[in-house]
Write a protein that binds this ligand. Structure first.
Ligand code: TRP
Length: 372
C-alpha cells in the first residue's frame, strides 16, 4: 500500500488513503489515551474507531462529577443511511445514556449549498431514513432535540437567538481565516461553516441551555469546521463560550476500499439492504487482504489490516476475543477469505434483521423528536 497518493481532506471532499497519524499531527488533534472505564467499555472507544479529540477532558470531568453537558452533532441527509453512519448513531445513544442532552442538526441548508439538494428532498430523506435509524439504534425523545438548519425552533425567541449567532460569529472571523482553513471557498460554503459553528455553539446561549460544556463527535473530515468555530469562539467576549470539545472517528472504508459514498451503492451496505444484497456486495466487492490462491493464502497468510470485511467486523463483532482470534487465524492463513467473508455476511445480516424490525416501529415515533 502506498501512502504517497496525494492526501487531502476537507469537509466537502476527501481523497487518497487517510493517514490518521499524519492527520493528528497536521490538524493538531490529540490521540485518545487512558479513558475511564465507562468509555473503555464502549467498543468504539476501546477499538480506537473513535481515535482522537480536542478538549475532551472537560467532558470526562462532567461525566465523573455528574455535571450537565450537551452532545451536539449533525448530519447531511444525502443518499442512504449506511453502515458508515452507524458510528455516529451509536455515539448519540451512548452519550444520552451517560446523561447528556442531545442536540442534532439536520444540515438541510448545507446540503443545499454544498450539494445542490433541495430543502424538501433533505427533509424527506431525514424523516424517512436518518431519524428513524437513530431511533432504531435506541435514541430516546427525552432529553433530545432534532432540528433542521432551515427551521431551528417554533419558539421565536430561540430561533432569533440561533440565527443571530451566525452574524456574531461572522463579525469575529476574517476572509483569510476561511481560506486558510478550507482552501477553496465560496460564499455558500462560508455560510455553511458559520451555520455549523452556530449549530455547535448555540446550546450555550441563554435561550437554550446557558453555559454548558458541549462535545461534538464527528468524522475526522469535519475538523476544519471545529477549528474555525473554536478560533472564533475564543475571540468572543459576550457571551463567553466554554470552548468546544470534540472527538473524531475514522471514516469507515467503502467496500472496495474507496470512499464510502451515498451516491455509489457498490461502496456501502445500507441499513435496509436485504440479506441477499449484503451477501452479494461482500462477496463481489469487499476488498480482500487475502492471497490470490488458497494455496498461497495458506502459505503466506492474509492481511486483516487492509481487509474490508475485517474492518466491518470491528463494528459488527462485539466479542473482543472472537475478533482477535479471527485476526490471528486470517493472518496465519488458517482462515480463508471465503470463510472470513461468510462470517462477516452472517454477522451483518443478523444485526440488520433485528435493526430492520426496529426501523418499522421507529417511523411512528418521529414527531416527539422534532417538537422543539
Ligand atoms: N457538516 C456535517 C456533515 O457533513 C453536518 C453538520 C451540520 C454537523 N452541523 C453540524 C456536524 C454540527 C457536527 C456538528 O455531516
Amino acid at each position: 500500500m502506498t501512502q504517497k497518493s496525494k492526501f487531502q481532506i476537507n469537509p466537502w471532499e476527501f481523497s487518497g488513503n487517510i493517514d490518521y497519524e499524519k492527520l493528528i499531527k497536521e490538524f493538531g488533534i490529540k490521540s485518545l489515551v487512558r479513558l475511564p472505564e465507562k468509555f473503555q467499555k464502549n467498543t468504539l472507544f476501546r477499538r480506537k474507531i473513535i481515535f482522537a479529540h480536542r478538549d475532551f477532558d472537560r467532558i470526562l470531568d462532567a461525566v465523573k462529577n455528574k455535571k450537565k453537558f450537551v452532545m451536539m452533532t449533525g448530519l447531511m441527509p444525502t443518499g442512504k443511511f449506511h453502515i458508515g453512519h452507524m458510528i455516529l448513531a451509536q455515539q448519540m445513544v451512548f452519550y444520552q445514556k451517560l446523561g447528556a442532552k442531545i442536540y442534532i442538526a439536520v444540515a438541510d441548508l448545507e446540503a443545499y449549498n454544498a450539494r445542490g439538494q433541495s430543502l424538501e428532498q433533505s427533509r424527506k430523506i431525514a424523516l424517512e431514513d436518518y431519524i428513524p435509524n437513530y431511533i432504531a439504534f435506541g435514541l430516546n425523545a427525552k432529553n433530545c432535540e432534532i432540528y433542521f438548519q432551515s427551521s431551528r425552533s417554533k419558539d421565536g425567541r430561540k430561533s432569533n437567538a440561533f440565527y443571530s449567532l451566525q452574524n456574531l460569529l461572522a463579525k469575529h472571523s476574517t476572509f483569510n481565516e476561511f481560506k486558510a482553513v478550507y482552501g477553496e471557498i465560496t460564499p455558500g460554503k462560508m455560510l455553511s461553516s458559520l451555520l455549523q459553528a452556530s449549530d455547535m455553539l448555540h446550546p450555550q446561549l441563554p435561550e437554550f441551555e446557558g453555559k454548558i460544556p458541549v462535545v461534538v463527535p464527528v468524522g475526522v473530515d469535519q475538523d476544519p469546521h471545529l477549528r474555525l468555530a473554536r478560533d472564533i469562539a475564543r475571540r468572543i467576549k459576550k457571551p463567553k463560550f466554554i470552548q468546544l470539545s470534540s472527538t473524531y472517528h475514522i471514516m469507515l472504508e467503502g467496500l472496495k476500499r474507496n470512499k464510502m459514498s451515498s451516491s455509489d451503492p457498490t461502496s456501502f451496505i445500507a441499513m435496509t439492504d436485504f440479506p441477499k444484497e449484503v451477501e452479494k456486495k461482500i462477496k463481489k466487492y469487499a476488498f480482500s487482504g487475502g492471497q490470490k490462491t488458497l494455496e498461497e493464502h495458506r502459505k503466506k497468510g492474509g492481511n486483516p489490516d487492509i481487509d474490508v470485511s475485517f474492518q466491518y467486523l470491528k463494528i459488527f463483532e462485539p466479542d473482543d476475543k472472537k475478533l482477535e482470534e479471527i485476526y490471528r487465524l486470517y493472518k496465519q492463513g488458517e482462515l480463508s477469505t471465503g470463510e472470513l467473508k461468510n462470517y462477516t455476511i452472517k454477522k451483518i445480516n443478523t444485526f440488520l434483521k433485528q435493526h430492520q424490525k426496529k426501523l418499522k416501529s421507529a417511523q411512528r415515533n418521529i414527531k416527539k423528536f422534532l417538537d422543539n
